[in-house]
Design a protein around this ligand. Structure first.
Ligand SMILES: Nc1nc2c(c(=O)[nH]1)N[C@H]1C(S)=C(S)[C@@H](COP(=O)(O)OP(=O)(O)OC[C@H]3O[C@@H](n4cnc5c(=O)[nH]c(N)nc54)[C@H](O)[C@@H]3O)O[C@H]1N2
Ligand SMILES: Nc1nc2c(c(=O)[nH]1)N[C@H]1C(S)=C(S)[C@@H](COP(=O)(O)OP(=O)(O)OC[C@H]3O[C@@H](n4cnc5c(=O)[nH]c(N)nc54)[C@H](O)[C@@H]3O)O[C@H]1N2
Ligand SMILES: [Mo]
Length: 699
């Protein structure tokens, strides 16, 4: 059977692709196509990191692709705003009307900045997520969107400490002697790391989960440390206290490759385990034992992910944890170090993709997590004109953005012109004036980086577009032409865009060529396996060292040394709020969903309803029994769900596996009815898990 043969309707073919979803794993896929129809999707068994299996969700990708509810023609709103009532229209009608309306706004006194793009990571592919779309919005001079909704707090925390969001290579795990899965639910959010973790265990490593929730990952670990949310920096500081006090640091590594060792040593003297214990909710002995194990290990792998940085002090927490491997010299060896993300190892040519040079001049930036404020304020919350048009693609803000009530209030504005590019009629799509059908990964070209491994991948279209669906890139090309924009960069086809993305002199990208990608579907960056980035320092910071002490943070008025920054909503610092709302709600991904994607796939949602997991003690004082219908709320809003009472969450914490489509929940709400638009200490990120609520039995 031919792999990637030219499309021949008479034969069975296997087409190489890449999973587009927002997940560190970026699996290499093989799609079997029979007579033009995809009949099977599987992982590529030759891919060294993802090794041929797919997750619970992407195993259902064909069900999603051929779903009866796929959008197949442009749709024009006919009912009142938000009613979700549409009628089919032609592409010509849709593009003509959208172009005219956007041109009117551009020419009005509000000007082009009244137009706001809103996108995130429905697909991670460069072509469909950050190429023609960005060129289009740059060319018209629209407001820019600060895409903060996931990772910026941690990314800045890493940048300030090790210099960039570069991490330890998961393929080094077999050499690890201790693995800390710290604020990450590996088996759900990053399942292809797990076989590598198991290799470490086979070789004798201990695996420890540090998470307020005993997740399915924590259950598989040798130990679960149930930390209080938002207190990780305090734990790391106390660990360093013990490490320095007992001489477990790597003095030579500190001397050669770090900045501010003496100041850090002084700082952590303040952080005895006795001080950290009540803050973190972890017994002193556990802190001491963890510190000793970490200090005595030779090659500890610290896998953090984005869960732990969704708190007010998230940037500082990541920064503080990122000091640990330098203090103990774990970076020296394969399997040692810290990994938040591998993303900055990839050096695709972003300027060629996005063409910032097309911008007519400086434009304002709107933070995507403050969409509620941006849509409800005369100056969009940042100065300048109100937002008069929003073009949403690769995102479902009416479900995923914080402070959902404010977002929906904004989307309901009669004077807001809303265009949504989608596969399905999502919660956001219900608010559209125009709803445009987009292709899925099986139907378009793309090129991918990964944030969990070091392989770039190519995605080839396996099947023809469903109905009249078009790739995002094509929709923006057509819209640009209709609006009279004639720059050649707005006409480039998808393969040329990919060529441009690969056009770089960066040595790490030397192996990543269109030929190599066409040949095998994926290719490793030009680094050895495993890659040990900081064995001899070479940190991409201003000083070239791991910066325990950061002049850059000091210049921003922040503490230049690692410290503990409490959450915005925290009993010790906001006691009155905590008295009214004593439970910390975490709303992390449900195993079967990918953010709000896949929620409408029946075999994944099954007949489930939103659930809220409570600790037995917290349930008892509220007379909540397992299976009861409960209301979770605070001053921002509320949502309902079915209580699950057990000890998989620590006391004081509740967990609402997310992110539900509100229209598939009986109350039309979800966890983001309770989350806030507050920002993290670094990177202007969201604080989804820094969220105090009260829970009671529903009436
Ligand atoms: N199946 C599935 N996979 C996914 C996703 C999905 O929706 N579904 N989403 C993808 C995306 S967009 C991302 S960003 C990643 C996220 O990947 P992860 O960061 O691994 O996922 P989260 O579930 O957000 O957070 C991980 C864990 O952090 C814990 N946590 C929350 N607060 C704290 C804290 O203060 N300290 C500590 N130590 N732990 C805390 C949560 O209880 C949770 O178990 O996953 C990706 N993969
Ligand atoms: N309460 C709470 N809220 C959260 C989180 C949480 O843990 N708890 N997690 C946060 C995180 S980490 C993230 S990353 C964000 C995720 O937020 P989003 O990036 O908005 O993710 P999704 O909800 O998956 O929505 C993506 C949408 O893009 C569409 N899509 C996919 N591919 C394409 C394409 O090629 N073209 C077009 N036009 N559309 C496409 C999908 O159909 C889907 O509806 O949510 C955040 N919100
Ligand atoms: Mo994310």
């Amino acid at each position: 059977m031919a792999i990637d043969a030219t499309h021949d309707p008479e034969t069975t073919q296997v087409i190489r692709g890449a999973c587009p979803h927002d997940c560190p794993d970026c699996c290499a896929t093989l799609v079997t196509v029979e007579r033009g129809r995809a009949t099977k999707i599987q992982g590529d068994p030759n891919h060294p990191f993802t090794q041929g299996f797919l997750c619970a969700k992407v195993n259902r990708y064909l069900e999603r692709t051929y779903h009866k509810d796929r959008l197949t023609t442009p749709l024009r709103r006919v009912g009142p705003k938000g009613s979700g009532k549409f009628e089919p229209a032609t592409w010509e009608e849709a593009l003509t009307d959208i172009a005219a309306k956007l041109n009117v706004i551009r020419a009005s006194s509000d000007g082009p900045q009244a137009i706001l793009p809103y996108s995130y990571a429905g697909t991670m592919g460069y072509v469909q997520a950050e190429s023609m779309d960005r060129r289009f919005f740059h060319a018209i001079g629209a407001s820019k969107l600060d895409r903060t909704i996931c990772s910026t707090a941690g990314a800045v925390g890493m940048q300030m400490t090790v210099g960039a969001n570069v991490g330890a290579d998961g393929e080094g795990l077999p050499w690890s002697d201790l693995v800390l899965l710290w604020g990450t639910n590996t088996l759900t959010a990053n399942p292809h790391l797990w076989p590598h973790v198991l290799k470490a265990r086979e070789n004798g490593a201990t695996i420890i989960a540090i998470d307020p929730i005993r997740t399915r990952t924590a259950e598989q670990c040798d130990e679960w440390i149930g930390i209080r949310p938002g207190t990780d920096a305090a734990l790391a500081l106390a660990m360093m206290h013990v490490i320095f006090a007992e001489g477990l640091e790597d003095a030579d590594y500190i001397e050669q490759y770090t900045l501010g060792g003496d100041q850090l040593r002084e700082r952590v003297k303040e952080w005895s385990p006795a001080r950290a214990a009540p803050l973190t909710g972890i017994p002193e002995e556990t802190i001491i034992s963890l510190a000793r194990r970490y200090g005595r290990a030779k090659s500890a792998f610290l896998r953090i992910n984005y869960g732990l940085q969704r708190h007010g002090g998230g940037g500082m927490a990541v920064r503080t944890l990122a000091c640990l491997p330098a203090v103990c010299g774990h970076w020296r060896r394969p399997g040692g170090g810290i990994q938040l993300s591998m993303s900055k190892s990839f050096q695709f040519n972003k300027d060629a993709l996005m063409r910032p040079d097309l911008l007519p001049g400086p434009v304002r930036t709107i933070n995507m997590i403050r969409l509620g404020d941006a849509l409800n304020t005369a100056d969009a919350g940042v100065g300048g004109p109100p937002v008069k048009a929003i073009v949403v693609y690769n995102s479902n803000p009416a479900a995923v953005a914080p402070d959902r009530n404010a977002v929906v209030r904004g989307l309901s504005r009669e004077d807001l012109f809303t265009v949504v590019l989608e596969h399905f009629q999502t919660d956001t799509a219900d608010w559209a004036d125009w709803l445009l059908p987009a292709t899925t990964q099986l139907e378009h070209w793309d090129v991918h980086f990964s944030y969990g491994h070091l392989y770039a991948s190519l995605n080839r279209p396996a099947i023809a577009p469903m109905g009249e669906a078009k790739p995002n890139s094509e929709i923006f090309r057509l819209l640009a032409a209709k609006m009279g924009l004639d720059h050649p960069a707005l006409r480039e086809d998808d393969l040329s865009i990919i060529r441009g993305a690969l056009d770089t002199t960066s040595p790490i990208m030397k192996t990543v060529t269109l030929d190599s990608l066409m040949d095998k579907g994926w290719v490793r960056l030009n680094v050895p396996t495993p890659h040990v980035p900081f064995a001899e320092g070479n940190f991409p910071t201003p000083s070239g060292k791991c910066e325990f002490y950061s002049e850059r943070l000091k210049a921003q008025g922040m503490d230049p040394l690692p410290t503990f920054t409490p959450p915005h909503e925290f009993p010790e610092t906001t006691p009155e709020l905590a008295a009214r709302f004593p439970l910390n709600l975490i709303s992390s991904p449900r195993h079967q969903f990918l953010n709000s994607t896949f929620v409408n796939v029946d075999s994944l949602r099954r007949d489930a309803s939103p659930e809220i997991v409570l600790n037995t003690a917290d349930a008892a004082v509220r007379s909540i029994v397992d299976g009861a219908r409960v209301v979770v709320g605070n001053d921002r809003g509320f949502f309902t769900g079915i209580a699950r009472v057990n000890d998989s969450v620590r006391e004081g914490v509740a967990n609402a596996p997310s992110i539900w489509w509100t229209k598939l929940a009986s109350d039309g709400k979800n966890a983001n009815d309770t989350t806030s638009q507050l920002e993290t200490d670094m990177g202007h990120g969201p604080v989804f898990y820094d969220n105090l609520v009260e829970i009671r039995v529903a009436d």
